[in-house]
Design a protein around this ligand. Structure first.
Ligand code: ADP
Ligand code: ADP
Length: 236
């Protein structure tokens, strides 16, 4: 479903030097699986995720989603982010405070290129809100939601477009420990129920072990280890 092949990303820094943020990153993710990029701050997780989303243009390599080449340095292909059919949730999930729950979730449908009817929007939004267990809260002001509910609303907003790939960058990091624990299992359930192929970024090993089908352990821009949670746990 997702193939990242020998992907490198370099940034120039303020001193005119080169920062090798991602180096020779290669991995494949099968349809419906949850794949985690695990590692400390600065190891290149976000860079890898943003490259898959098309928010960064890699320096070299190849990115293929569902058989479609989204980026290839050799073939000089770069598909723009809005043409990629990929949903994203960042750690700093931005809920629109002046909109209610329904309008927050409907937002991507309203600004997209495809024009949906009122009925289509309603169907899609209610389905997405149901998936994250926010049914009945459609008309609530977004700012009146709890942290966990806002988090789920951000997720619903990514799901509403029914992307073939979902990218989650530390989506639980702004929650307190108790809520994080609960959301962890809700996320897993949701991902399994919907069968959405998901790339998950975290620095939290226990989170990675609990959620993932497969884990890539990253350090200084490299993938150091690739394996199932069991393999990673037993041979750290
Ligand atoms: P994370 O919390 O995942 O480590 P950061 O807070 O390091 O992410 O980075 C947040 C944003 O700032 C990202 O879009 C990243 O590309 C950008 N960024 C990170 N480091 C630098 C840097 N040295 N110079 C410019 N932008 C950076
Ligand atoms: P992580 O998500 O694992 O915290 P990042 O991918 O955000 O790591 O960053 C990897 C490295 O690349 C870091 O050294 C970071 O400072 C650097 N970096 C990230 N984005 C930029 C940018 N826009 N400009 C310059 N350096 C960056």
């Amino acid at each position: 479903m997702l193939i990242v092949k020998d992907m490198c990303k370099e940034y120039p820094n303020d001193q005119g030097q080169v920062v090798r943020a991602a180096q020779h990153i290669s991995f494949e993710v099968a349809q419906g699986k949850l794949f985690t990029l695990l590692g400390p701050s600065g190891c290149g997780k976000t860079t890898t995720l943003r490259s898959i989303a098309g928010l960064e243009k890699p320096s070299s390599g190849e990115i293929i989603v569902g058989g479609r080449v989204l980026y290839s340095s050799d073939r000089k292909i770069f598909i723009a982010p809005n043409q990629r059919d990929i949903g994203m949730v960042f750690q700093s999930y931005a809920i629109w405070p002046h909109m209610n729950v329904f309008e927050n979730a409907a937002f991507p449908l309203r600004v997209g290129k495809v024009k949906y009817s009122k009925k289509q929007i309603e169907d899609k939004v209610l389905r997405a809100l149901h998936a994250v267990a926010l049914d009945g809260l459609e008309s609530r002001e977004a700012t009146k939601l709890s942290g966990g509910q806002q988090q789920r609303l951000a997720l619903a907003r990514a799901l509403v477009m029914e992307p073939q790939l979902l990218l989650l960058d530390e989506p639980l990091s702004n929650l307190d420990a108790k809520l994080r624990e609960r959301m962890r299992f809700e996320l897993k359930r949701l991902q399994r129920d919907l069968g959405i192929t998901t790339i998950y970024v975290t620095h939290d090993q226990s989170e990675a072990l609990a959620l993932s089908n497969e884990i890539a352990v990253m350090k200084s821009g490299h993938i150091m280890q690739l394996g199932s949670p069991r393999e990673i746990y037993e041979h750290p």
